[in-house]
Design a protein around this ligand. Structure first.
Ligand code: NAD
Length: 484
């Protein structure tokens, strides 16, 4: 079945593009074109924003009760649940995520988000009465913000789209989604499911396009809030525009998370955990634990165990269920990772597994060899900059205080983990590391809890009641005149 498309989803239907520009979706495994879709232009974005604006200013969606909106999103959730395999396959096809990862995180996790947000919306204080100070009570309401521009990256395209669209809709906003140019296909299936669930025309509009059209959307006067996931560099630019225009903005940005391996950790169990949390999605994950911190006493044992684990990972065709590490999303990303592997060697780090060149048995596709560096100093660029590929650095520490210091010696503060037999010691480390989410002997995002970054990893939170609150304006009403 052809995956080609010739329209955008605007105002509840399929709209012809304003220009003849196209995006070619290329398989990172075969390097063959797998689909051609229209590329959004500023005029397409203008049409999408106009539809969202009308739907917000005049349409039923913001005027429905939260319960009525919950009912529609509940129907959407049911439909989404029936398409998990198709959605996962689409994402593996367009960006090369191993199917083992896609069937866990690329579509089941977004569906879990939807269900979690439904529960949160049911219990959310949309309108509450509080005892007043001057009068007997005040009314506090959470109202929608308006038109939301949702801008996801390519690495977890549905995960980062659903995390914005669903809370935005539950709160009564309307949305324009701009998928990344590498991953436009999953947005079409999303559009079909939203339409089938009965989301009214104009409430969600989807136009895939590149960075410049993204800039046009961010600066558009018809947009009231920008919800962005992507690189810290792009996040800074978007925040500057939103600051100037006083637009609401939430930013989920990059990371360089540290996994602290304490000496009492079960090394085999730690390696089982790290092979996923350090290398999931072929290392193209914002929360990837890419700095592995080991005590000097335990350093060689950790390096050896990690080298053995990484050397044993199955690299290859992402459609093969056994594959753990697939290709990079694009040739540009392959080159970027290779540049960092060369840089690590120039900086004096030691390659213990991997290095540059194609993985064994592969002669095409945008693959890199999963690589572990030892003898890494935390001030090296490979330890400070987000590589976004399967490249790990093992960094020695003197004691637990030193490990916490190194973990915190980063511009980023997105996530972290600690591996230990002592749950209390783990919790103590978790409290001291400056990061928005933290795992003890695991890293499992729980959608009941807020997710987001400290420092250069972002502003605002997704998930949990906090994530829903990001799509609301808070209004206070004083219903009675105070007794003066
Ligand atoms: P990117 O910043 O290049 O692009 C992200 C999206 O923003 C794309 O849709 C792109 O077209 C668009 N864009 C880029 N510049 C823009 C601008 N100035 N104005 C408007 N839109 C713009 O990032 P990427 O390479 O697609 O994704 C990888 C990055 O995303 C990594 O840094 C990763 O850590 C981050 N990420 C963060 C999270 C999180 O939740 N914190 C999750 C996934 C990915």
């Amino acid at each position: 079945m052809s995956l080609d498309r010739d329209a955008f989803f605007i105002d509840g239907g399929w709209a012809a593009p304003a220009t003849s520009a196209t995006l070619q979706v290329v398989s990172p495994h075969s390097e063959q074109v797998v689909a051609t879709v229209p590329e959004g232009s500023p005029a397409d974005v203008d049409a999408a924003v106009a539809a969202a604006r009308r739907a917000f200013d005049e349409g039923p969606w913001p005027r429905m009760s939260p319960e009525e909106r919950i009912e529609v999103i509940q129907a959407f959730s049911g439909l989404y649940a029936g398409k998990l395999a198709e959605m996962a396959d689409l994402i593996t096809t367009e960006m090369g995520a191993p199917t083992s990862f896609s069937n866990l995180a690329q579509s089941p996790a977004p569906w879990m988000q939807i269900e979690a947000f439904l529960g949160i919306a049911r219990a959310f204080p949309w309108e509450e009465r509080r005892p007043g100070v001057l009068g007997p009570e005040v009314v506090v309401r959470r109202e929608p913000i308006g038109v939301v521009a949702a801008i996801p990256p390519w690495n977890v395209p549905q995960f980062t789209t659903v995390s914005k669209v669903v809370p935005a809709l539950l709160a009564g906003n309307t949305v324009v989604v701009k998928p990344a140019p590498e991953t436009p296909l999953d947005g079409y299936l999303l559009a079909e499911l939203l339409a089938e669930a009965g989301v009214p025309a104009g409430v969600v509009n989807i136009v895939a396009a590149g960075r410049e059209v993204g800039e046009h959307l961010v600066a558009h006067p018809g947009v009231d809030k920008v919800a962005f996931t992507g690189s810290t560099a792009a996040g800074r630019k978007i925040a500057a525009v939103c600051g100037e225009q006083l637009k609401r903005v939430s930013l989920e940005l990059g990371g360089k998370s540290a996994a602290i391996v304490l000496d009492d950790a079960d090394l085999a169990a730690t390696m089982e955990g790290l092979r996923f949390v350090a290398l999931m999605n072929s290392g193209q994950a914002c929360v990837a634990q890419t700095r592995i911190l080991a005590s000097r006493a335990n350093y060689d044992a950790v390096v050896d165990a990690l080298a053995e684990t990484v050397a044993g990972m199955a690299v290859g065709d992402p459609a093969d269920p056994a594959t753990e590490v697939g290709p990079m999303v694009a040739q540009r990303q392959q080159e970027r990772v290779e540049k960092y592997i060369a840089l690590g060697q120039e900086e004096g780090a030691r390659v213990v597994v991997g290095g540059n060149g194609m993985p064994d048995g592969l002669d095409r596709g945008w693959y890199v060899r999963p690589t572990v560096f030892a003898d890494v100093d935390n001030r090296m660029r490979i330890a400070q900059e987000e590589i976004f590929g399967p490249v790990l650095s093992v960094i020695p520490y003197d004691d637990v205080d030193d490990a916490v210091r190194i973990a915190n010696d980063s511009d980023y503060g997105l996530a972290g983990t600690v591996w230990t037999a002592d749950a209390e010691a783990g919790l103590d480390v978790a409290r001291r590391v400056r990061a928005g989410t933290y795992g003890v002997n695991t890293y499992t995002m729980d959608f009941a809890a807020p997710f987001g970054g400290f420092k250069a990893s972002g502003i605002g939170r997704e998930f949990g009641p906090e994530g829903l609150g990001e799509y609301t304006e808070v209004k206070s009403i004083y219903p009675t005149a105070p007794a003066m």
